[in-house]
Design a protein around this ligand. Structure first.
Ligand SMILES: Cc1ncc(C[n+]2csc(CCOP(=O)(O)OP(=O)(O)O)c2C)c(N)n1
Length: 374
């Protein structure tokens, strides 16, 4: 029966779905997402996928050094992004969250500048590639050490609780993060303090080559929420509307002062862990193929078409718009040049300490510190 009750119970047996693999609505409530947002979710997924593909091409051309592809994770990242209020909430992403950051409004050109450490990069070339972050959008800059961003995310949520404005922190990570001590300490604190946090685990089944069953004695991640006094939800992470609705419920709960939630989204990364990984050594090709057949973009397009919200003309127009945006960004970024080496000494200290002055002077003997870097 279709009604208006939109409440998901935690710790369910089957992963939560809103649309099935063929894009048919299967949730026991009616859709209340306005048409513009329903289309925007599709646009954000296609845009993230195309940009991801272009980054891999640029990597093979030697123009990008490191890529951590989000292909296969788009539905979860973009569904979750749409459940946040991007004008007030905070996000603590991990390195695979390119689609999440773009959907929150991180300009694609800025993402490319970050990837290539060009002069256009607001982080001035001092972050590792594939590490999203934006002070303007309250996206905490990505930390490479797995799970090290989870305790600060709880700190952010605690600050929001003290401020009493009803703002929320979303913290995103892979299944590998749940095997780290930082993760458990942070969730414990969040549960004890009722922090307005949403923990989003993108479980793609592997931490590089280590399968989830070798990381944990628990059958799943959501179960672990029990121990920390918060609801845990298992979600079909290839369904953007399931990711959206469950995250929305968790965000509403946090905003109302009812504390944190843990969401486990079952996703798959189509590509290797990064361009430096050979995934053929630890996972079978038919497993990859089976997940690719459940592609979230194809599935969601079927849903939109079924509702009369999408067709071939709309697809062609969107594809052309995305291609032009990416082409423009690539051109502008290439023309800007790389961040100069000298920038690494700026902005941390008001006055450069003697040991760093010495290092800068030594570097200047062999390099022009204001010319394009490498
Ligand atoms: C503390 C720490 N240990 C090990 C690493 C090396 N490392 C980088 S990514 C990664 C895998 C993490 O897997 P997961 O959290 O499941 O995310 P996924 O890459 O699958 O999206 C590891 C072990 C690291 N960066 N930090």
């Amino acid at each position: 029966m279709i009604g208006n009750v939109r409440r998901f119970e935690p710790f369910g047996e089957a992963p939560i779905r809103v649309i099935d693999d063929d894009g048919r609505w299967v949730a026991p409530f009616a859709c209340d997402i306005d048409v513009a947002r329903q289309r925007a979710i599709y646009r954000d997924m296609l845009r993230a996928r195309r940009f991801d593909e272009r980054l891999s091409t640029l990597q093979r051309q030697g123009k990008v050094s490191f890529v951590a592809s989000a292909a296969g994770h788009e539905a979860t990242q973009i569904g979750a992004a749409h459940a946040l209020d991007a004008t007030r909430d905070w996000t603590f992403p991990y390195y695979r969250d390119l689609a999440l950051a773009l959907a929150l409004g991180w300009p694609l050109a800025e993402a490319l500048a970050q990837q290539t450490a060009s002069r256009l990069d607001p982080a001035r070339g001092r972050q590792m590639p594939a590490h999203p972050g934006s002070a303007a959008l309250r996206i905490f800059t990505t930390a490479s050490a797995i799970a090290s961003h989870v305790p600060p995310a709880v700190g952010s949520a605690m600050a929001q609780k003290l401020a009493g404005r009803g703002d929320v922190t979303l913290c995103s990570f892979g299944d590998g993060a749940t095997s780290e001590g930082d993760w458990h300490a942070a969730l414990n604190l969040a549960g004890a303090q009722g922090a307005p946090a949403v923990f989003l685990c993108q479980n793609n089944g592997y931490a590089i080559s280590v399968a989830f069953r070798h990381q944990s004695g628990s059958a799943d991640v959501a179960t672990k929420a029990h121990a920390y006094g918060m609801p845990g939800y298992r979600v079909d992470g290839m369904d953007p509307l399931a990711a959206y609705y469950v995250t929305r419920q968790a965000v509403e709960r946090a905003r109302e002062g009812l504390g944190p939630s843990l969401i486990e989204a079952l996703v798959y990364r189509y590509g290797p862990h990064s361009n430096a990984d050979d995934d053929g050594r630890y996972r079978p090709a038919d497993e990859v193929a089976a997940w690719r057949r459940r592609d979230p973009i194809v599935r969601y397009r079927r849903y939109l078409e079924g509702r009369g919200l999408w067709d071939d003309d709309a697809e062609a127009a969107l594809a052309a718009e995305i291609k032009a945006e990416i082409d423009d960004a690539v051109r502008a970024n290439a023309g800007a040049g790389r961040a100069p080496l000298g920038w690494m000494f700026d902005d941390v200290f008001a006055a450069l300490p003697p040991h760093l002055r010495r290092q800068r002077d030594e570097l200047a003997l062999t390099h022009d510190l204001e010319r394009d870097g490498h």
